[in-house]
Ligand binder design. Structure first.
Ligand SMILES: [Zn+2]
Length: 376
């Protein structure tokens, strides 16, 4: 008996020790997985959960369910305990180095609200560049506008000082590169949609040829040997519109539509020889920059009067064209933004929805683009 007990004792101790360790192991991991699961349910990743649990921040995090910035902070190696309160209040952006940038901006003395604003107006690298500069003076003034860009801050300040426009106008103009010379560092356009922007700063290039070009039927053309083309959708809309004008007793016609790069080159050259450089700079787009190359623009005409601006058809177009998806493209009041002198005859197809918005808000296509399409 004694022998048996003697033999069993060390084994028993080892077994008990093993059991204790095993139970502890189960308890620790059980608790860990239980907590991780609880964090998962309130929107925290496994990676973040590890740090939250080991830093004993579960209680804190539970007050901020589904807080993406907080999640990113706990996922990051750059997490700083002293910034915890800020992480929970700063609006999240999907940036690779979000926490590094937030830490840097906090160091510069920006408030949580200001940091949220900064993050919303640029990408990861814009924010990083911005965080390295001295604290800026006019943050709120520009960045209350959704379409303001962090990377343009200095250009906004310079343009505003030089021109005295208000903040909103300044942002729109600088975003459209109007602080640069015409045709200088133009943006290459790769957009074939009906909202494509082409002007003295947005370059279509030699190879840009719209798809589905169709002829405008002869009966809608001004002049017998005139033939215009346009993108199918725009041509159909123009026909519907001209039929509606007809019903109102008018004779609305088309003078010209699509012009290829080569066509525009010819037009440009002809006008240059006839009227000189000053004239073409004001009135004729350089090849590759003309809206006519998009296939969405038409010059309209009256079958009654030779001066469209004096015709009833023109008055009708001002009132009704938006209903058919067309906008009055080169208004007198928008010359500074469009960079083109007023043209009574030139209308651009953008579709009904956008045409209505542009008409209601009294915008140019450039302003529409800057405010609604070209947002970070
Ligand atoms: Zn035109």
């Amino acid at each position: 008996m004694k022998k048996r007990i003697k033999l069993k004792k060390p084994a028993k101790i080892i077994f008990s020790l093993f059991m204790v360790i095993f139970i502890l192991f189960i308890l620790v991991f059980g608790t860990y997985f239980f907590l991780e699961n609880r964090l998962d349910k309130i929107g925290y990743s496994h990676r973040a959960a590890y740090n939250i649990i080991t830093k004993f921040k579960i209680g804190y995090v539970e007050d901020y369910p589904n807080n993406k910035t907080l999640n990113a902070a706990f996922e990051s190696d750059l997490y700083q305990e002293k910034n915890l309160e800020h992480y929970s209040k700063i609006n999240y952006q999907k940036h690779d180095n979000l926490i590094r940038n937030i830490n840097l901006l906090l160091k510069k003395g920006y408030s949580d609200r200001e940091i949220s604003m900064i993050l919303a107006h640029g990408n990861d690298s814009d924010v990083y560049q911005f965080s390295k500069r001295e604290r800026v003076k006019y943050l709120e003034e520009f960045f209350v506008y959704d379409f303001a860009k962090l990377s343009h801050y200095d250009r906004y300040i310079a343009y505003m000082n030089a021109n005295g426009d208000d903040e909103e106008t300044t942002i729109i103009k600088v975003n459209l590169d109007l602080d640069k010379e015409d045709y200088m560092d133009s943006k290459q356009v790769n957009d074939y949609s009906k909202l494509v922007l082409a002007n003295n700063h947005y370059y279509l290039g030699e190879k840009y040829v719209p798809k589905s070009l169709t002829n405008v039927p002869d009966q809608y053309m001004k002049g017998k040997d005139n033939q215009a083309k346009g993108v199918n959708e725009a041509v159909s809309a123009a026909i519907t519109m001209m039929k509606a004008a007809q019903k109102d007793g008018l004779n609305l016609l088309i003078n010209s539509g699509y012009r290829s790069y080569r066509d525009q080159e010819e037009v440009y050259q002809t006008y240059l020889e006839l009227y000189g450089e000053d004239y073409v700079n004001k009135y004729v787009s350089k090849p590759g920059y003309s809206e006519h190359q998009t296939g969405y623009a038409f010059d309209f005409a009256s079958g009654v009067s030779n001066v469209f601006a004096n015709s009833e058809e023109y008055q009708w177009m001002i009132k009704n064209s938006y209903k058919y998806g067309f906008i009055y493209r080169f208004l007198k009041s928008k010359e500074e933004i469009t960079g083109v002198k007023h043209e009574a005859w030139h209308f651009r197809y953008v579709g009904k929805e956008v045409a209505k918005k542009i008409d209601t808000e009294e915008l140019s296509l450039e302003e529409y683009y800057a405010k609604y399409l070209d947002v970070n």
